[in-house]
Design a protein around this ligand. Structure first.
Ligand SMILES: Cc1ncc(COP(=O)(O)O)c(C=O)c1O
Length: 389
């Protein structure tokens, strides 16, 4: 393990008030989830509960273990799973509940943990959106049995791509480390491409080139022409691609060391921006996103519902307004063959409605006052396209 990787691990462990033995580092967050599930002994026909409003790589990792993803509809306010809905999905085969921090908002973990404890079920926090946020004063990722994180481009901080798993259970943490040790190292080309992409991103942050850059990157990664968040067939079929189980590279560790130091500042900035969007929406008589008392919402993305998303995104592109499209389907970004992921279209009406109408406003560290103003003017001008409640 490189010096940088060791330093990064220690820094992450300090951040999560654990020791470096509690942490394992991987090429992507989805690899960390897979390694965690395997470390808990997840096997054929086990059932794993997850929200019906997530990224497809989550059910992918479950299916790679030959287990069955069991979806739960979301609450329209929190965009997370309701504990009561989770309860209805538990069977004798349920082994794990995945509690996601959607857009930076923690689930109501006490309620979920209570249900899980009664049935001897493991709770894994999907902290890919929630690093640096809090649940009842405790850091996201430190409350459930284990957690996993992502440091992909759009995450709380970025190492380009990257992931880690955290567990304070020594036996599980040891198994995780074995997965990390046995994982293959990223190849020379992958490391080089990632270094170049990281450099390119730092000089190409201007909102004016957001749309062409996003399109180019998605095209290149979909066609496996560049290391991407998701490689081609991952989005088409849930079968593990060769070389899936990869370690974190040194270039990621180096970037992670410097990014982690800025995480709290990034999150404060995101929260400040979300307040400005709240004001903007309130002035348009639209209710801002719900914030429960139990958690600090770090607003990795600021959700907004629109009547016709395609039209709205087209207008945004024309006016150079940066907008996201998470999650454009209950298992983003899949739009067909849902049954391959054990997802039944029509069964999760809230998630399906939200994913058909959602757009996200950016809150990332590069957002300036002028860009926020421009977005608010855009929303005001197109108010008739927004869903008001
Ligand atoms: C909710 C959720 N979980 C897991 C992941 C996987 O993270 P990674 O891209 O690092 O594999 C993502 C990725 O965007 C996500 O949105």
């Amino acid at each position: 393990m490189s010096e940088a990787t060791i330093t990064y691990k220690i820094a992450l462990a300090e951040y999560l008030s654990g020791t470096s033995d509690n942490i394992s580092l991987f090429w992507k967050g989805r690899v960390a989830l897979y390694a965690l599930l395997k470390s808990y002994g997840i096997k054929k026909d086990d059932e794993i509960i997850l929200p019906a409003f997530t990224c497809v790589v989550v059910p992918n990792a479950i299916i790679y273990c030959e287990a069955k993803p069991v979806y739960v509809d979301i609450n329209p306010q929190t965009l997370n799973c309701d504990p009561e809905e989770i309860k209805k999905k538990i069977t004798d085969r349920t082994k794990v509940i995945i509690a996601q921090n959607t857009f930076g908002l923690s689930c109501d973990l006490d309620a979920i943990m209570k249900i899980a404890r009664e049935k001897n079920i493991i709770v894994i926090e999907d902290c890919t959106h929630g690093l640096g946020g809090f649940y009842k004063g405790k850091k996201n990722g430190t409350i459930a049995d284990a957690s996993f994180f992502s440091t992909q481009w759009n995450k709380p901080f970025s190492t380009g791509i990257g992931g880690m798993a955290f567990s304070s259970d020594t036996a599980i943490a040891k198994k995780m480390q074995k997965f990390e040790e046995d994982a293959i190292s990223p190849g020379f080309m992958e490391r080089m491409q990632l270094s170049v992409l990281l450099k390119a991103r730092s000089i190409m942050k201007a909102p004016a080139i957001y749309w062409p850059m996003i399109k180019l990157y998605r095209f290149l990664s979909k066609n496996n022409l560049v290391v991407g968040s998701s490689q081609g067939n991952e989005l088409e079929t849930p079968s593990m691609s060769e070389g899936f189980l990869k370690k974190l590279a040194e270039v990621q560790a180096n970037k992670g060391i410097s990014e982690l130091k800025q995480l709290d500042a990034y999150n404060l900035h995101r929260i400040e921006i979300s307040k400005k969007y709240n004001e903007c929406l309130s002035s348009l008589k639209i209710t801002p996103p719900f914030q429960p008392d139990y958690a600090t919402h770090t607003f990795l993305k600021y959700p907004l519902l629109v009547k016709d998303r395609n039209e709205f995104l087209k207008l945004a592109e024309k006016e150079n307004i940066e907008l996201g499209d998470w999650f454009l389907s209950p298992i983003h970004p899949v739009v067909k063959d849902f049954e391959k992921w054990n997802y039944t279209m029509g069964a999760f009406p809230i998630a399906e409605y939200v994913s058909a109408h959602i757009v996200n406003l950016p809150t990332h560290p590069g957002m300036k006052e002028s860009s926020i103003l421009k977005i608010c003017e855009f929303l005001s001008k197109n108010k008739s396209m927004l869903i008001t409640e």
